[in-house]
Structures are given as structure tokens and as C-alpha cells.
Design a protein around this ligand. Structure first.
Ligand SMILES: Cc1ncc(COP(=O)(O)O)c(C=O)c1O
Length: 368
């Protein structure tokens, strides 16, 4: 069958879509460059590693893998609901937050609907809309990469179904202040659903930050999405969750595959959310790394965007592709900002002390 025939069989929405391009994995760089020491600061993973309690839980359950997982993810939903002090029927678990974005899109979007997304932000929101044939309306962040919530409200039309907010925002690390969210929810029309992506919320230390849960509790029309891939250190096992009213969660359950979250992911996530020490250590390592990198960038005269997350958007004032490529040759993987229309920027994940030092040493060699 030739390409033209395949195209005519495929849904028009799919023909317009492009495959996701992930950051380079370590093994690929090792193979390409023939080097062993590779530092990966490109996917905002937890540099401290997997939650030790999750590791133990995984080891305990490997002998149960001939059984199907719990289709209702009962224990994990219970652990999450008690962590956030909500009811367990307000929680849905997904194969990563990515799957939740797809499930939300499949549940609520039809061809011709509109979603509003901040720009630049996480690309999967657009993936979900493209999959369903919905239109994407991008609302730019301000010059300093902050949200303009008034502009978002003014952009709503009678076709708007979903507004995505990502706070702290990927790739900028900026966040929405609680007062601004209060005003936003007061002005939000009843027939628009907000999806609040708090993938990095556990890293946010500012007092005026909100992870959005309070708005679910006060009955606002929103879904929080969260992941175990970041501070909990479980990116490789794929697990995330959504929190909303039980009515909205029930609708999403109808779209979900029965066994969408494997057994090891369920038990690992349940252990990780209760691994207080690992979360505290991760936050501390992140803050130390953030301060080290801020100082190093300042000393080098490099501008950066202040972050509430585990990555920093760094401004090189000129196209940074060559810096990205030279870093790669030295075995350091970061993310080139061109993918978000920010060619002068690199996004670097905050790593362990040695990784951060390796980044700065390499940057000094390249730039100076
Ligand atoms: C803002 C944001 N939301 C969601 C995700 C997806 O998380 P998961 O690994 O759980 O699919 C990411 C991953 O990088 C992210 O940056």
C-alpha cells in the first residue's frame, strides 16, 4: 500500500499530526559519541533518583505480575485522596499525566471546539486537541514569561471548551500567583473547563503559589493533573493522576482502558507519595542546585528566568543551537529552546551537584 492510500485511510486529524520528539536518551548519546559519562539535564527528571520506598514496593510485587492490575487503582486513589484531603472518587489514575491529557481530550473535545493554551507551554495539550480535531488558540505569556490571565479570559469564545494552565509552567518555570487565580476563577464562564497542570507543583516554594486543589474543593470547574515522573522520581514506570469533582472524574473513567495503570506503577506511586524523606531531600537538592546555577550564570553574565521548578530557562541572547550541540559533544544533554519558538534559550534541568558543575564547566569552555 503506498503512502497516498494510507493517507486516505487515516483520519484527517492524524494526517495533520507530527510525532512527539523527546529529549535524547543517555544511551543514544553514549552510542553516537562513544563516551560513557553522559549528564542528562533535558527531561526534568528527579536527579536524586527513584523514591527508595517505591523501589522496595516494586521489588515486593514482581512475583504478582502474572495477575492483572487492580482496575480501580483502589489503594493508590486512597493514598492520593488522603494526601490531598479529598474523596477517593475525585481521583483518576493514568499511565502518566500524558495519558490524562489524552483522556481529558477524548472525554470533552469534538471537532471544531477550541482549547486555549499558554504559549510557550507543554506540547501535549496541543496533541490532545489535534487528536480530536479541536482548534488551538495560543495565548502568549508576557515579555517576562508570566501569565496574562486577563488576556486568556478575553480570548474565550462560545467555542472554548478547555483552558490549560501550567503552573509552574514548562518550559519557563514561572508560576501563577494565587490572587491572580482567585480573580481568574471569579471571571471564568460556567461552561469552560480549566485543566490545571501541576506536574512541578511539589517544587514550588513561593508562599503565593497554589497547586489548584483549593479550587477543586471550593467547587470550581477544573481538573488538576499531576505526575509521579518528577519529584517522586518515577518517570520510567509511567503514572500520573487527575483530581476534580466526582462527576467530572466519572466521565473520564468511561474513556479509560480498564487496566491502564500497571501493578508496579500502582504500588510504586502509593509508596512514593508517602515517602516524605525522599520528597524533602529532592526539594532541598533542587533548591541547592538552583542557587548554585543562578550564581554561576550571574558570574558568567548569563541571563535566566527565575524558576519555581526543577529546570531553568537560560537566555543566551543569540541562537543557542550551537551551544546545545557543543554541550552534547561534551556529553551534556539539555533542551534547545527552538522547539518552543525560543531559539535563544536552553532549558536545563537542575541536576545533582556534580552534574551542575559539569554543565557550568562545559559552558565556560564553550563561551569563554
Ligand atoms: C508540564 C508537564 N505536564 C505533564 C507532563 C507529563 O508527565 P508524565 O511523565 O506523567 O506523562 C510533563 C512531562 O514533562 C510536563 O512537563
Amino acid at each position: 500500500m503506498n503512502n497516498q492510500n494510507i493517507k486516505s485511510l487515516t483520519r484527517p486529524e492524524i494526517n495533520k499530526m507530527k510525532e512527539y520528539s523527546p529529549g535524547k536518551p543517555i544511551w543514544e548519546v553514549q552510542q553516537e559519541l562513544g563516551i560513557q559519562e553522559v549528564v542528562k539535564l533535558s527531561s526534568n527528571e528527579n536527579s536524586l533518583g527513584v523514591s527508595p520506598l517505591a523501589k522496595k514496593a516494586i521489588a515486593k510485587y514482581t512475583s504478582e505480575l502474572h495477575r492483572y492490575p487492580d482496575a480501580n487503582t483502589t489503594n493508590l486513589r486512597e493514598a492520593i485522596s488522603s494526601h490531598y484531603d479529598i474523596h477517593n472518587d475525585q481521583v483518576v489514575i493514568g499511565n502518566g499525566a500524558d495519558e490524562l491529557i489524552t483522556l481529558i481530550s477524548e472525554t470533552f473535545l469534538e471537532a471544531g471546539d477550541e482549547i486555549i493554551v499558554p504559549s510557550p507551554s507543554f506540547s501535549e495539550y496541543e496533541f490532545g486537541a489535534n487528536l480530536m480535531g479541536a482548534n488551538i488558540v495560543r495565548v502568549p505569556l508576557t515579555n517576562h514569561f508570566h501569565y496574562d490571565l486577563r488576556l486568556i479570559i478575553n480570548t474565550i469564545t462560545d467555542k472554548t471548551k478547555i483552558i490549560y494552565l501550567c503552573s509552574p509552567n514548562n518550559p519557563t518555570g514561572t508560576y501563577i500567583k494565587k490572587d491572580d487565580l482567585d480573580t481568574f476563577f471569579q471571571k471564568l464562564p460556567q461552561n469552560v473547563l480549566v485543566v490545571f497542570d501541576g506536574a512541578y507543583s511539589q517544587y514550588a516554594t513561593s508562599e503565593d503559589y497554589s497547586n489548584g486543589i483549593e479550587y477543586v474543593k471550593s467547587g470550581k470547574q477544573l481538573i488538576i493533573i499531576q505526575t509521579f515522573s518528577k519529584i517522586y522520581g518515577l518517570a520510567g514506570i509511567r503514572v500520573g493522576f487527575g483530581i476534580s469533582s466526582s462527576e467530572i472524574i466519572n466521565c473520564i473513567h468511561k474513556v479509560r482502558e480498564p487496566f491502564n495503570v500497571n501493578t508496579l506503577a500502582q504500588v510504586a506511586a502509593e509508596a512514593a507519595i508517602n515517602d516524605i524523606k525522599h520528597v524533602d531531600d529532592s526539594r532541598r537538592v533542587n533548591e541547592e542546585g538552583r542557587n548554585y546555577l543562578y550564581n554561576a550564570f550571574r558570574e558568567m553574565g548569563i541571563t535566566y528566568v527565575k524558576t519555581m521548578s526543577n529546570f531553568i530557562l537560560v537566555d543566551f541572547k543569540v541562537d543557542s543551537l550551537s551551544i546545545y550541540e557543543q554541550l552534547l559533544k561534551k556529553g551534556i544533554i539539555v533542551r534547545y529552546g527552538g522547539v518552543w519558538g525560543l531559539p535563544n534559550y536552553l532549558r536545563v534541568t537542575i541536576g545533582m551537584e556534580a552534574e551542575n558543575r559539569a554543565l557550568i564547566t562545559a559552558l565556560k569552555e564553550i563561551i569563554e
